[in-house]
Design a protein around this ligand. Sequence first.
Ligand code: FAD
Length: 449
Amino acid sequence: MKKIAIIGGGAAGLAAAIAAGNELARLGAADECEIVLFEADPERVGRSILATGNGRCNFSNAHIDPACYRNADFVEAALRSLARLSEVSEWGSVQPVGAYGASAQGRAQPAGAFEAPVQRFFSDLGLMWREEGEGRMYPAANKASSVLDVLRAGAAAAQVRFAFGRTLSRIDAPTRAKGLLHLRFSDGSIEHADAVVVCVGGRAVSGVDFPAGIHVEPTRPVLGPLATDSRITRQLNNIRVKCAVSLERSGSLVAREEGELLFRDYGVSGVCVFNLSRLACEGDVLSIDFLPHMPAAERDAWLFARRKHLSARLGENGQITAENVLRGAMLPQVAQVLCKCAGIDPARPLSKKDVLALSRVIGGLCLTVRGIGDAKQCQVSRGGLSVAAFDSQTMEAVCASGLFAAGEALDVDAPCGGYNLHWAWSSGLLAGVSAARSVVSADGEGEGE
Ligand SMILES: Cc1cc2nc3c(=O)[nH]c(=O)nc-3n(C[C@H](O)[C@H](O)[C@H](O)COP(=O)(O)OP(=O)(O)OC[C@H]3O[C@@H](n4cnc5c(N)ncnc54)[C@H](O)[C@@H]3O)c2cc1C
């Protein structure tokens, strides 16, 4: 009996296991090869999936652009390869009839080549979903557990065996052609397999020893809050604002995001900050624009018009203060902090010079980045298995045949919006199908090693 070992039962591992089982069945080889999924958790697979999307699981995106991924060329080649595979493999033959979305017609647009394989995979498993803003896709039941339910059922149907409490610590390549891969676990136990798919995620990958030639880039948590100079942010702790945030390095723009920002006593959080955290370095500057749809000249004109309007209304005795001018445009706490940063006393009459200084700060409150704010809140790790060591057509290691990798274990990450899980499913499906094919096409010369 041959064996495919899947290491890690998160999104990528479950997709790989199901795809491998379905492909073996399609090739008429289900009785010749077992699929064992080794999971470090002592009692269950998919725990990491349950925490995603605030428990709702933003499992994919209706508009996948490979350019938004780290190592974009590798990702694009892999997604194209999966699209070709899904045209011929049975797991991809079901149309996404369960899909419905938030388009004008009330139905999802037909999926493109980069999205279709994942949608077909889940449609085949019976999942219904809903498309929300910016193409974010959630299960119709609005619970991450419904995604895990269909995956567990899919794994059972594909005859995947789970081995819990097994933490891989080392993989050795076969010593001769078509030999078996050797797996060493942290409890000292050893297993052999014809093919191995490594899906241990981003945090754990640096704890595994790989065969020579497979390099692991140092990992660090990203897609999380940023620590900044806190003198300003702690005065606004727990306040949310809709704004645009620019990440600047040495005066040049690195990236810009629009959305909700949450001030914390240590820095800033919110989806737009999470996305910028992938690119931010210590010493970079975050410039927050509180009125992003108002160009600078329009903002100046608006402030002067407010001052004039108030002066006409309040007459000679009324004080035209910054507090009065900004009332209704933003929360008083925010207005007070902006005044302080502009060097204005919010209770004193507002001069022309003050108006211009205030306008500048409203359009660009600057905070210096100190690093990641809270690693525990980070959604992915940057770094991991170097993609240069893997073939994007199959996800197989170039220098160790039979060894495949998928998901966040590879040095691939993306912004919020369902892109990271989309990569986990896609790369898992590609690796699972490729592993099954590699085992079936091998002539079994190495068995019993
Ligand atoms: C709070 C949070 C919310 C998120 N929300 C979203 C979202 O809504 N949409 C989105 O696209 N992305 C989201 N992400 C990111 C997404 O969850 C990951 O990109 C994705 O889960 C990666 O899947 P994976 O299978 O590669 O790794 P993981 O999900 O990390 O799975 C790895 C599995 O391997 C097991 N394992 C680890 N080491 C070993 C070992 N040595 N031996 C055996 N088993 C091992 C682990 O126990 C785990 O089960 C979120 C992440 C977090 C933390």
